[in-house]
Design a protein around this ligand. Structure first.
Ligand code: FUL
Length: 699
């Protein structure tokens, strides 16, 4: 017996040394994703489409009283949307089937407020059906957004409305094939038409919709649909509409706390290290400032620099990227948006062209059970189901890649094997340059995917040190690239007195034009601040002289300088600093006095001369965490500071989630004086602030 035992042990040792012995895979650790969540995460990049009555009324939020007859696209072609999305490498489309104004893009049996009462296809169209077919044709997945808030329904706020909402959910989930994601927006309750009541209705989001029951209903019909946003959702908002995740980004959330109202949305950017549930982040952003199409934003499509940053700060930070394409009045993705998307895709493709780690010698200082199944080289085998693992008790370890010859790198991509949990808490990277190890980065989480952009180094070896992990380390993939040098677009700033400053990265030279033409190296070379007081458009680019690589072109448009502007009166607040709202700098702001009960408040400005104006913009406070935002306004103009004309009034829709420059236009008029009235505020801050007021001039 004793001999037999000894023999067995010897056999064990041999098996271990030769790597034959089977080593058990690591145990899962902490909250885990479901297969549905893993499949969803692997989609990485998918599109949003906002297209509805708002497209035709030029609004971001409809009030609920707009006529369905306004929905009249001339060239609607969902196959064009699908083609654009497919060509961009996105994996699906989430369509806003019903936004807050209650208009339905499908002929719902439960309301008259839908495409069936629009001129489009003589009321015989079904946009959800058409898009479902186009997605199928192009191999894309379909997702749907159904706004819980409905500013049209008379019964909103009563139990009947919840039944209506669920009936519509049933229609959407039963009649259009698989829906990969159901999107429930958080905007809820407020003023609206409500069947003619025209009043403000407040509801308790968590209680009113009885999400538990709604979830049961969804899963009964569509168990494979991932539910986003509210209640016990399976994915979370990233906490901003800028498409940016935190550098630290846990796919975990203390959802119980969240449902008890104890989590501020700013925490969504990073999730919770100690979250009890797997609730990964989805970064949503529009390719333009607004979610819906507005012709005035045709030249405000996000710049290439911004789009590239968004890619790296969403997908590169363990989130998925939901990119909105605001389909225009024709019913098409606009040419400018298509062009930007193409530029983004080709930049990203170039960045990730050749993984330089596949030809390296890979080793690690710890391998689970010393077994080949968990060897270091698994990080480079392009198999998402294999991974390098350490022994159970090993929570810090290093993996080294040795190159045949010194190799330039500036991108590093890492992935954990998330099916067994998100573990890494801290890691750092070193490169061997001229025989010396230098430090490249100190970071925190990895998760499903983490991509680092670093300054280019030419390394003979690369070392990744996992410095801290919740449990043993499981890394499924590591790649490195030498992306082409990306020259940043110059930043243009013009102050109140018309002084124009253009800044580029490092020593890069800048060329610009002021006649609307595209700048080249034959255009004006920027040599320092210059003054330009008239209304003008300036276009500039930067060039890296060493590599002869140009940036994309920055375009900025200015009205006449505010040199002669004066704030005449402010109804409250510190008058010494009030000029901040006309200083041309969106990063400085000014606040009315500290008492929201005393709204409305107003400021009156003398523009110094009579101008033709046809709109104004309000830039809300930009800097800080709890912004003091104005939600409803009035805007007046006057020729003599005695008689005033109300030019525009209404709401700054969605300003809470997306505090961007608010643009309001009206019929052209002559004015010397303007008055901006803050009627109501978002949230519970003590006051409201203004970063900048601009006018839109008719030239
Ligand atoms: C927001 C909504 O209020 C916007 O209108 C938009 O639909 C965006 C995606 O979500 O919170």
């Amino acid at each position: 017996m004793k001999n037999a035992f000894l023999l067995l042990c010897v056999f064990c040792m041999i098996a271990t040394v030769s790597g034959q012995k089977k080593v058990k895979p690591p145990e899962p650790f902490g909250p885990l994703p479901t297969q549905k969540q893993v499949d969803w995460q692997e989609m990485e990049f998918y599109a949003f489409v906002h297209f509805s009555l708002n497209t035709f009324t030029n609004k971001e939020w409809g009030y609920g009283d707009e006529s369905p007859e306004l929905f009249n696209p001339t060239n609607l072609d969902v196959r064009q949307w699908a083609r654009v999305v497919k060509e961009a490498g996105m994996k699906g489309i989430i369509l806003v089937a019903k936004h807050h104004d209650g208009f339905c893009l499908w002929p719902s049996a439960y309301t008259q407020r839908s495409v069936k009462n629009s001129p489009w296809k003589n009321g015989k169209g079904d946009l959800v059906k058409e898009l479902a077919a186009a997605c199928k044709e192009y191999g894309l997945k379909l997702g749907l957004y159904l706004s819980p808030w409905d500013r049209n329904r008379a019964d909103y706020g009563k139990p009947e409305y919840v039944t209506y909402f669920r009936n519509q959910l049933k229609e959407l989930l039963s009649n259009y094939g698989d829906v990969f994601e159901m999107w429930f927006d958080g905007a809820n309750g407020g003023d609206g038409y409500y069947g003619g009541a025209n009043e403000t209705r407040k509801i308790n989001t968590l209680e009113y919709y009885k999400w538990d029951e709604t979830y049961k209903l969804i899963y009964k019909i569509a168990p494979n649909t991932l539910v986003w946003g509210v209640g016990t959702s399976e994915a979370r908002w990233i906490g901003n509409e800028e498409g940016r995740a935190g550098k630290t980004n846990w796919s975990l959330l203390r959802q119980r706390d969240e449902l008890a109202g104890k989590v501020h949305y700013s925490e969504f950017m990073s999730g919770h290290e100690d979250g009890e549930k797997w609730v990964p982040g989805e970064a949503d952003v529009s390719i333009r400032p607004g979610w819906f199409y507005h012709a005035i934003e045709d030249d405000k499509v996000r710049s290439l620099d911004e789009m590239v940053d968004i890619y790296y700060e969403s997908i590169g930070r363990n989130a998925t990227l939901l990119l909105n394409l605001p389909v225009d009045k024709r019913g098409l993705v606009h040419e400018n948006d298509q062009a930007r998307l193409k530029e983004l895709v080709s930049t990203i493709k170039e960045d990730f062209k050749t993984d330089v780690l596949t030809a390296t010698k890979i080793s690690a200082d710890n391998v689970r059970g010393n077994n080949a199944a968990f060897a270091a080289k698994k990080v480079s085998d392009r198999n998402k189901n294999t991974y390098w693992a350490t022994d159970d008790n090993i929570k810090s370890a290093s993996i080294v890649f040795e190159f045949n010859k010194p190799t330039p790198i500036n991108r590093i991509l890492l992935q954990e094997y998330i099916k067994l949990g998100q573990r890494v808490k801290a890691f750092n990277i070193e490169a061997k340059v001229d025989e010396k190890w230098i430090s490249l980065a100190h970071e925190t989480t990895i998760g499903y995917k983490r991509i680092l952009r670093i300054d280019r180094v030419t390394a003979s070896a690369l070392k990744i040190n996992i410095a801290d992990s919740k449990a043993s380390i499981l890394i499924s993939n590591i790649e490195a690239y030498n992306a082409p040098t990306f020259v940043r677009m110059p930043k243009i700033l013009r102050d109140k007195n018309g002084n124009v400053t253009i800044k580029s990265q490092g020593e890069n030279a800048i060329y610009y034009t002021i006649d609307g033409s595209n700048p080249t190296q034959k255009s004006i070379l920027y040599k320092g601040v210059f003054q330009y007081k008239k209304a003008f458009e300036i276009k500039a680019f930067a060039i890296d002289a060493v590599e002869n690589i140009s940036s994309a072109v920055t375009t900025a448009k200015y009205g006449a300088s505010k040199e002669n502007w004066k704030i005449l009166t402010a109804s409250s607040g510190d008058l010494n600093s009030v000029n901040r709202i006309i200083d041309g700098n969106p990063n400085t702001d000014w606040s009315f006095g500290d008492n929201l009960n005393k709204l409305p408040q107003e400021i009156t400005i003398d523009m110094g001369s009579i101008l033709d104006i046809n709109g104004f913009t309000y830039i809300p406070q930009q800097v800080g965490n709890n912004l003091n935002l104005i939600s409803n306004y009035e805007f007046y103009s006057s020729l003599d500071n005695v008689e005033w004309i109300l030019q525009s009034q209404g709401e700054f829709s969605n300003i809470k989630s997306n505090p961007i420059e608010q643009v309001k236009t009206f019929k052209k008029d002559k004015a010397r004086y303007i008055r901006f009235v803050a009627r109501s505020a978002v949230g519970k801050g003590a006051t409201v602030s203004i970063a900048e007021i601009n006018i839109i001039e008719t030239l």
